[in-house]
Design a protein around this ligand. Structure first.
Ligand code: SFD
Ligand code: AMP
Length: 630
């Protein structure tokens, strides 16, 4: 493409992404970079103030361990995560984040994030680990701190630059390549270390919303598997690729349920008013020892609800009015009760306005008054978000000091939160097996990985060797969809229908149909089997061939093309990993009908995979689960 300028940026540390983990990395790495005379560069496909999962804001900080007050210990948090993930977790990573997360929350408050407080000035908790916030501007506040830190240390940031591939020097990552979404420019970032923090993936599966609501999903449509592709393509060992997340949310606009369950103590019931957590409790025996832990693992909560849906007992309702009434009734007199009712009503709406504005709009549009009648909830479609209650991501080294003899051999190979590729670090949704980081923990992991990356650079000071031929070849590959469209689009009357190419939207529909029908999506009630997966992988193989025929009319569509290539790799890793794990471990996330039970004797293990970009072959392996304490 002759009319594309190539912009080369040389830096020491490159941070890919501008979300919670990337902002944490920018703040911490800038501090250490300044001390060492090094440069930090951040690149985001969007605008940092409103990019990623926190774009619309959040109404809670979901990880605050409160270690100083003695309320909880690190072991308490590790136990919570271990139980919630049905035993599959890297406690060294979870503990490393948990021991630093409180200081992150205190920084957020210092930077201006309003955290709810009681009359004594203590944080108001939503649940044991969660704090309530007025978080509409959460991301703006965090991005400002990151930009300030970069500026103070002589770093820089690029917005609206979409990263497509890693740049490799043999087995070492030496930067990244991408393109501007607004100008005809290809960006080549040469770096001594690269930190991957480009979030998780949505729209790999067919969403519930189609037609006029298409694009509305729980997870933000902007995160499209870039982290997974970047690490997979670079040859990094990946973990927990089978562990998708399916949140339960208010129906159709995906409003959060945490505040209702934890703060307002609301009950969710089936259409007949039955409490599915109680009525289906016998099912818990099948999933021991995790079936009966408190709180019940997120997937088990989903599963007991799905059993009712499959039994024809839907709609499922959050009994909002009962919960509000029960709290108000605790007031000393009627006047106080009325005041409390108004307060709760305002809090209920604010919960949505702080992070899922569309749910407030939908409530208003459908005459929902939460204090008067219940509201429908349902399980969303599957997402890849290793920082929440999923676990997919790259396999990263843990910190040295937290390892015991057994974990050290398996989980420690040098710089904390570095992948198995030298110079490639990962944080937030990009790193796996360390669930329940959420916004605060992702920022914290970014800080840890950012500091470690600077230490790596201090030990590897030589300029990176970036092969010009590799850059040229990638550049041609990246821009090819534009050429394909320009060459063929005039040969048919409707540019959508053309035998020479496939447009990214059509490509995405095909991917979503494969995943929905063969890999346990919404239409299949989240059920799949070995045979279904094998067929789905065959169909995915044909889609892969057609990826070479993707066509883009403009820069925006070029981004859409690469988003879908990224999603396709996430889909591939997902199907392979479900197939490899011969059991059902997370009913409520997915159910393998040919392996319908949990098999702790054989499968209390990580499923890891590696991709070889030269041979295009995958290798699967088991890694042992070893805990820090019994
Ligand atoms: O309750 C490229 N999360 C919540 N966490 C909380 O602490 N409290 C809540 O209230 C939370 N809720 C919630 C949450 C998530 C979502 C989707 C909803 C509600 C609707 C979880 C956190 O948001 C999540 O853990 C963190 O944000 C994860 O951080 P990180 O950095 O891993 O991902 P990101 O923030 O989404 O940022 C991704 C960045 O990558 C960029 N990007 N850049 C360049 N090139 C590419 N190709 C790129 N692709 C993506 C993005 O632009 C972005 O900057 S609750 O309901 O659960
Ligand atoms: P959510 O709004 O569902 O993302 O929930 C916010 C936080 O509360 C997350 O840490 C969830 O794991 C947790 N949570 C939500 N619902 C429940 C529940 N019924 N029991 C225990 N924890 C919950």
């Amino acid at each position: 493409m002759a009319n594309f300028e190539t912009v080369t940026v040389e830096t020491d540390l490159l941070i890919c992404g501008g979300g919670m983990a990337a902002c944490g990395a920018a703040v911490e790495a800038s501090y250490w970079a300044k001390k060492n005379g090094l440069k930090v560069t951040l690149v985001d496909k969007a605008v940092m103030d409103r990019s990623g999962a926190v774009a619309m804001g959040l109404s809670a900080i979901n990880q605050y361990v409160d270690l100083n007050s003695g309320a909880n210990t690190l072991k308490d948090y590790c136990d919570y995560v271990r139980n919630d993930l049905m035993g599959i977790t890297r406690e060294d990573l979870v503990a490393n984040i948990a021991r630093h997360v409180d200081s992150t929350v205190h920084l957020f408050e210092k930077w201006g994030l309003p955290i709810w407080k009681d009359a004594e000035g203590k944080y108001i908790h939503e649940g044991r680990w969660q704090l309530m916030i007025n978080g509409e501007s959460y991301k703006v506040i965090v991005a400002e701190a990151a930009k300030n830190a970069l500026a103070e240390a002589g770093g820089e940031y690029f917005e609206r630059v979409f990263i497509t591939h890693p740049l490799m020097d043999g087995d070492r990552c030496v930067g990244a390549i991408g393109f501007s979404t607004r100008q005809n420019k290809v960006y080549v970032f040469k770096a001594k270390a690269t930190l991957v923090a480009m979030g998780g993936a949505v729209h790999v599966f067919k969403p519930r919303s189609t037609g006029e609501g298409f694009g509305r999903s729980w997870y933000p449509p902007f995160n499209s598997g870039a982290s997974a592709f970047f690490t997979i393509y670079g040859g990094a060992e990946m973990t927990c690729q089978e562990v998708r997340f399916i949140p339960v949310r208010f129906k159709d606009a995906y409003g959060p349920v945490g505040a209702w369950f934890l703060l307002f103590k609301a009950l969710a019931t089936n259409a007949q008013g039955g409490n599915y957590m109680k009525e289906n409790a016998a099912e818990l025996e099948k999933w021991q020892p995790y079936g009966k832990v408190k709180p019940a693992p997120a997937n088990i909560r989903n599963w007991l609800m799905m059993l009712d849906v499959m039994d024809g007992k839907a709609p499922i309702y959050m009994q909002t009015h009962d919960a509000i009434k029960a709290i108000a009734e605790k007031s000393p007199d009627e006047k106080a009760a009325r005041k409390k009712l108004r307060e709760l009503e305002a809090e209920a709406w604010e919960d949505f306005l702080d992070m899922t504005i569309s749910q407030a709009i939908l409530w208003a549009a459908t005459n929902v008054e939460p204090e008067k009648r219940p509201s429908e909830i349902m399980a969303c479609d599957p997402y890849f978000i290793g920082s929440h209650s999923g676990a997919s991501g790259a396999w990263v080294s843990g910190p040295e000091d937290l390892q015991n003899e057994a974990t050290r051999q398996e989980y420690f190979w040098g710089y904390p939160h570095m992948t198995t590729v030298s110079g490639m670090f990962a944080a937030g949704d990009a790193s796996g097996a360390s669930s329940h980081k959420f916004s605060s923990g992702s920022f914290t992991e970014g800080r840890i990985a950012g500091k470690a990356a600077i230490a790596y650079i201090a030990d590897h000071r030589a300029a990176p060797n970036v092969d010009a031929a590799q850059v040229e070849s990638l550049k041609a590959q990246i821009l090819k969809p534009l050429d394909t469209f320009a060459q063929h689009s005039k040969t048919t009357t409707d540019p959508d229908v053309n035998p020479n190419y496939i447009r990214p939207t059509q490509f995405m529909y095909r991917l979503q149909k494969i995943m929905d029908e063969y890999a346990g999506g919404v239409s299949s009630q989240f059920k799949t089997s070995g045979k279904l997966l094998e067929k789905g992988m065959e169909l995915l193989g044909y889609l892969k061939q057609d990826a070479a025929c993707l066509a883009a009319e403009d820069l925006h569509e070029l981004m859409r093309c690469w988003e879908n290539v990224h999603r396709m790799f996430q889909a591939d890793a997902h199907m392979r990993s479900i197939l490899f794990r011969e059991e059902t471990r997370w009913p409520g996330y997915y159910f393998r009908s040919d392996k319908p039970s949990m098999d702790n004797a054989n499968w209390l293990a990580f499923v890891n995979c590696t991709y070889d970009r030269k041979t295009e072959q995958w290798a699967m392996r088991k890694r042992p689960v070893k805990y820090l304490t019994a």
